[in-house]
Write a protein that binds this ligand. Structure first.
Ligand code: SAM
Ligand code: SF4
Length: 486
């Protein structure tokens, strides 16, 4: 491994300030014949994938547009995680159908998890759709588009064991020019019983770290100042020149491996002014080595998204999460011990999973009380076709109970977000400016290391700069302050 890390260090950091203009390619008009419009749904991985798709089609001579009415090809990059996510896409297709009536040559494609889940069935169910491509089939898009041009419908939902799109340089869509996502792995091997992702995104694979470091260097040179490393379970990132999946590396006893802590360090070393974030961590896999690496580098942001899902060990077992309540708490305590109280911790929670009792719900609320998350994504359980839970358990919690429990969790989280934000009042935080505040062009907004949004009067400052902000007041969602020096 030493040798590998050494090799990667050879990709030396860009330590010059960026001079290049940042091209927002959302509306890129190079006079090409056809225009591509992409809409992304769901997780950050999908947004990152849309940037890969735009890059593949740019090479094929497509311009990108943010105006759906101007598009020749419309892609919806879809999400299957909950039933509602799929319904949203179906409604959107109805709207696009209206457009197609006026422009029959409009090519409509469905990409991502819903495409993978429904495959060719999508073409039967939604007549408007011409093309269906799963998450590992994007290199095939040019040929799929040709098939449609020749009058056929086109489908590719082949899931790969190797594809990481490592060599494809994403086109940054809707970019603020300051923050960007970098996909470091694809798929998931975890099989949480509620989750459709292992079926729609396939086996877990880690991307070559050389290409990740090179992408981070390129972003820094273009003026970006923050990268978020993305994967469904970043803690199981494992790469070796022989194998790119944790399962195969472990099965074959390969030692020459770059793990997630090594990768974090490599990206942190690209430049001290490049902030590094990552998501998502898995409580069963996060290591102290990762936490110590975070502590060692100021530019690795002190924020961990560590989804709890439930506070009840019985439910966690049914969810096949691979940890107990006590194990989870131990991990949260390690974060506090190694990274201190200021480190942001966020979570995902699901209420109303199969067989969940009031007592289980109280366990969730009490675990929230102990950890006190800064932020959480909260959902009620939505049964997904093909998952382990659908096969093994009955979705037996009535919708009104699921919703009532969700409301309790949301209320508790609001209290905790406010408590956590109040701790920042009176403190000075280093903030990376991302742009104007949503409410006023007289104010700027950025984030602290712990990922909290801070709003402050703009003065002479610009996006992409670091400033120190004294927090003077807060709400549950935002810190408000003023720049004290920079
Ligand atoms: N890989 C990440 C992890 O393990 O935490 C999260 C992936 S998933 C895209 C994001 C979140 O959606 C999950 O953490 C979970 O809380 C939620 N989720 C997944 N399947 C769900 C389902 N069937 N019903 C409700 N929420 C679900
Ligand atoms: Fe889904 Fe679990 Fe994998 Fe996350 S770790 S993507 S919840 S199976």
């Amino acid at each position: 491994m030493e040798k590998l890390i050494g090799d990667l260090d050879v990709l030396s950091p860009q330590d010059t300030e960026a001079t290049e203009a940042i091209h927002l390619l959302k509306d890129e008009n190079r006079g090409n014949k056809r225009k591509l419009y992409i809409e992304s749904y769901g997780c950050q991985m999908n947004y990152a994938d849309s940037e890969i798709v735009a890059s593949i089609l740019q090479k094929e001579g497509f311009d990108t547009t943010s105006d759906i009415a101007a598009a020749d090809v419309v892609f919806l990059n879809t999400c299957s995680i909950r039933e509602k996510a799929e319904q949203t896409v179906r409604y959107r297709l109805t709207h696009i159908n209206g457009l197609k009536k006026h422009k029959p040559e409009l090519l409509v494609g469905v990409l991502g998890c819903m495409a993978e889940r429904l495959k060719a069935k999508f073409l039967e169910e939604e007549k408007i759709v011409d093309l269906v491509a799963g998450p590992d089939a994007y290199r095939d898009l040019p040929s799929l588009i040709s098939q449609v041009d020749e009058g056929q419908k086109a489908v590719n939902t082949f899931l790969s064991r190797e594809e990481t799109y490592a060599d494809i340089s994403p086109v940054r869509l809707n970019s603020n020019g300051v923050t960007a996502f970098i996909s470091i792995m694809r798929g998931c091997d975890n099989m949480c019983s509620f989750c459709v992702v292992p079926f729609t995104r396939g086996r877990e694979r880690s991307r070559d770290p050389h290409s990740i470091v090179a992408e981070a260097q390129d972003l820094f040179a273009k003026g970006f100042r923050e990268v978020t490393l993305l994967g469904q379970n970043v803690d199981s990132y494992k790469w070796s020149p022989e194998e790119n999946s944790k399962a195969w590396i472990e099965k074959n006893g390969i030692n020459n491996v770059v793990n997630f802590a090594n990768l974090l360090e490599l990206v942190a070393k690209v430049h001290p002014d490049l902030r590094v974030r990552f998501s998502t961590s898995h409580p069963k896999d996060i290591t102290d080595e990762v936490l110590y690496t975070m502590a060692k580098y100021e530019n690795i942001c002190k924020n961990i998204h560590l989804p709890m899902q439930s506070g009840s060990s019985r439910i966690l077992d049914l969810m096949n999460r691979g940890y107990t309540r006590e194990w989870y708490l131990e991990k949260a305590m390690s974060i506090r011990r190694i990274l201190g109280d200021d480190c942001g911790i966020s979570s995902d929670m699901i209420t109303g999973f199969c067989t969940e009792t009031e007592e289980d719900q109280q366990d969730t609320l009490s675990l929230m009380n102990i950890v006190k998350y800064d932020f959480a994504y909260m959902f009620y359980y939505s049964e997904r076709p093909g998952t382990l839970a659908t096969k093994k358990y009955t979705d037996d919690i009535p919708l009104d109970v699921k919703k009532k429990r969700l409301e309790e969790v949301v209320i508790r989280q609001r209290e905790h977000s406010l408590i956590r934000n109040l701790l920042d009042v009176g403190k000075v935080h280093k903030v990376l400016i991302e742009g104007f505040s949503k409410r006023s062009d007289n104010d700027l907004q950025g984030r602290t290391s712990a990922n909290k949004v801070v709003v402050f009067p703009k003065g002479t400052h610009k996006k992409g700069e670091y400033v120190h902000v004294l927090v003077e007041e807060c709400t549950g969602g935002t810190l408000i302050g003023k720049v004290v020096n920079s």
